[in-house]
Design a protein around this ligand. Structure first.
Ligand SMILES: C[S@@+](CC[C@H](N)C(=O)[O-])C[C@H]1O[C@@H](n2cnc3c(N)ncnc32)[C@H](O)[C@@H]1O
Length: 111
């Protein structure tokens, strides 16, 4: 449902926060392969390191960038401004990251 609603497809650039178990990340990566990329964020150090290990052990590392960051406080980084086809916020306070999500979205005129 999430993938359908966000119109995610092969080649999409997707931002996700938080990474958590990496379960949704795996579904997103399967959908965006082979030319898309997932940028996934979590502020929890252990979850970030486990997710990195699992993506690598599943042969998916080239499709995903994992960063440890508080996205509500610090956003997704200037380098992602205007780059994302979709942003998915699975956070306790997602509204705090909405301005950052808006900055990260491609300027296609579709919101
Ligand atoms: C509901 S879980 C995400 C579940 C994930 N979608 C999955 O498939 O397992 C929420 C995650 O958001 C992270 N989180 C909460 N607030 C955050 C913030 N401000 N910045 C980054 N990560 C945050 C938590 O550490 C937690 O791992």
């Amino acid at each position: 449902m999430i993938i359908t609603q966000l119109e995610i497809k092969p080649g999409s650039v997707v931002i996700e926060a938080g990474t958590g178990s990496g379960s949704l990340s795996h579904a997103l990566i399967r959908c965006i392969k082979p030319n898309g990329h997932l940028h996934t964020f979590d502020f929890h150090e252990h979850r970030v390191s486990v997710a990195k290990e699992e993506f690598a052990s599943h042969g998916l590392a080239k499709y995903v960038t994992v960063q440890q960051r508080d996205v509500c406080q610090n956003g997704f980084g200037d380098e992602l401004n205007g780059k994302a086809d979709a942003v998915f916020l699975d956070l306790p306070h997602p509204w705090e990251a909405v301005p950052h999500a808006l900055a990260a979205m491609k300027n296609t005129g579709e919101y």
